[in-house]
Write a new protein. Structure first.
Length: 508
């Protein structure tokens, strides 16, 4: 397989040479965890226990009773996460339940030779087989190779004595199928950070286990390519995502704990530390949120939905201060809390200065962070309000299906809840933040979504938005202005515009 990731011979040899101590089972136990991590792990397992279906040997999707039938009521990936948690908990019956789940998960892997989805898994057993030319993400999800594969690897590393030899062999084979399928499909690039990091770890693991020197060289080159891309600006291309940054941290923890060479372990630790410091600089502990702009985001309030970064931070902060909502089957994106066993085993390594910023507000400050040659993130982190913008040199837009939100605002309303403003749609855009507010440049129509408890629509006009706890003045050359109600609040549509300035200040 041809890989355009050339690296120097000395670095490559250093990467391929195994460290003396590759992986040693640590047998982490719930009793050995610190209080915060143990509480999180227990909450995660309680929900898994509640939603587990012994007749199918998988966990139900939270809210499956009311979810659309096309989604499927069982979750294959998350069931593998539960199996890891069961082996960590190791209570009466947990090993057998984990074995049953892993057997059920492995049966969902696609192993028909020649298909481009080879080695990945059904997302739910109810999912039909992909058609001859399925649309990626709709007909199948190739990333399940790595979410499930790295979970299997963790089990094989940490709990080899808690599964049978037959199951162990099947898991190694499943990992090989995943690597072979990814290599054959050839769709991954190192800049797709959250998956690239997991792939690098899994590829390295399989290469060492199989004593496959070609894979060892290729996986070493891959990890160097990911690292090289990060080091240009100490940032991943997928910048500032409360969900996907959490997966990045997971991948980096796999590198620093399980990397087969000192090189992989070292660069994994280095990138992990750098990421935590960057996250802390955008975080306001009084608002319990990371400021935008967001390259990929599922929500605007970490107090209201489960983000993987929030799950990580809960291991270091207590329930009252962590950016994580109360956990129940109805919590938005609650399935991501099932990542807790991975975090409990790998451990959270937040640099002391970053952790201090997560606990105590350090004071108002303006941030400038270069992401790529063309992209710059700016954010104002104030005591009462945070807002951010991303300048892209007009290379990125925000479409109706995108997770990219290049202009965002969050503040705490008089109700005590977080209010937010989010740019949800625009043509090619530049946005920037300063102490006074946000400047937006885009030619065409933009759509901004406003959400705040007890918001009064009649106090929102083209030139001024009077929101609970926040006042926004608008200077724009837009030729048209309309509003639309949404489930989340109100959408404001400014049409035929080129520039906009939002003046932002809190009111009490």
């Amino acid at each position: 397989m041809k890989r355009p990731y050339a690296i120097g011979l000395m670095v490559l040899l250093m990467c391929v040479a195994r460290s003396d101590a590759y992986v040693t089972p640590r047998h982490v136990t719930p009793a050995s965890l610190d209080n915060n991590t143990r509480e999180l792990f227990q909450e995660s397992m309680d929900l898994d226990d509640q939603l587990y279906d012994d007749s199918v040997k998988l966990v139900h999707r939270p809210g499956y009773q009311s979810s659309a039938s096309r989604i499927g009521s069982y979750m294959v990936r998350e069931s593998s996460w539960y199996a890891l948690g069961l082996l960590l908990r190791d209570g009466p019956g947990d090993r057998q339940r984990a074995a049953d789940i892993l057997d059920a998960v492995l049966k969902q892997q696609y192993v028909t030779p020649g298909v481009k989805w080879y080695g990945t898994y059904r997302r739910t057993p109810e999912e039909p087989d992909p058609t001859t030319n399925p649309v990626m993400w709709r007909g199948y999800d190739p990333n399940w190779r790595h979410f499930i594969g790295t979970t299997l690897a963790m089990i094989l590393i940490e709990f080899p004595d808690r599964i049978s030899p037959d199951l162990s062999n099947r898991m190694y084979e499943a990992i090989d199928h995943a690597i072979e399928g990814e290599m054959k499909e050839g769709r991954l690039v190192p800049s797709y950070s959250n998956i690239a990091l997991m792939y690098g770890s899994l590829w390295d693991f399989a290469a060492v286990h199989d004593k496959n020197q070609d894979w060892q060289k290729q996986s070493a080159a891959w990890t160097e390519a990911v690292y090289s891309g990060f080091k240009k600006y100490d940032a991943f291309f997928e910048y500032n995502s409360p969900t996907y940054y959490g997966v990045d941290l997971y991948g980096l923890a796999l590198w620093r704990d399980y990397g087969s060479t000192k090189r992989i372990q070292t660069i994994g630790s280095e990138m992990e530390s750098t990421m935590w410091k960057d996250i802390a600089s955008f975080y306001n502990p009084l608002l319990r949120n990371i400021s935008g702009p967001y390259d990929r985001s599922y929500g605007m309030d970490m107090e209201s939905y489960v983000s993987v970064v929030g799950v990580w931070m809960r291991t270091a902060l207590d329930a009252k201060t962590a950016p994580l909502p109360p956990i129940s089957a109805t919590t938005d994106h609650v399935a991501d809390v099932w990542f807790a066993p991975h975090l409990a085993i790998l451990g959270t390594r937040i640099p002391p200065d970053a952790l201090a910023k997560m606990k105590t507000f350090e004071g108002d400050h303006l941030l400038h962070k270069q992401i790529t040659e063309e992209r710059l993130a700016t954010a104002w982190i104030g005591r009462d309000v945070i807002f951010g913008g991303e300048s892209t040199n007009k290379t990125k837009d925000a479409g109706t299906t995108t997770q990219f939100h290049p202009a965002t605002v969050q503040w705490r309303t008089p109700s005590g809840q977080i209010g937010w403003i989010q740019l949800v749609q625009s043509p090619m855009i530049d946005a920037s933040a300063d102490k006074q507010g946000l400047t937006i440049s885009a030619t065409g129509t933009i759509r901004l979504r406003l959400h705040a408890k007890q918001m009064a629509p009649d106090k929102i006009t083209e030139k001024e938005w009077s929101l609970p706890g926040l006042q926004v003045s608008v200077i724009s050359d837009a030729k048209g202005f309309t509003t639309e109600p949404t489930e989340d609040g109100i959408d404001l549509i400014y049409s035929d515009m080129t520039s906009m300035k939002l003046g932002i200040k809190t009111v009490h």
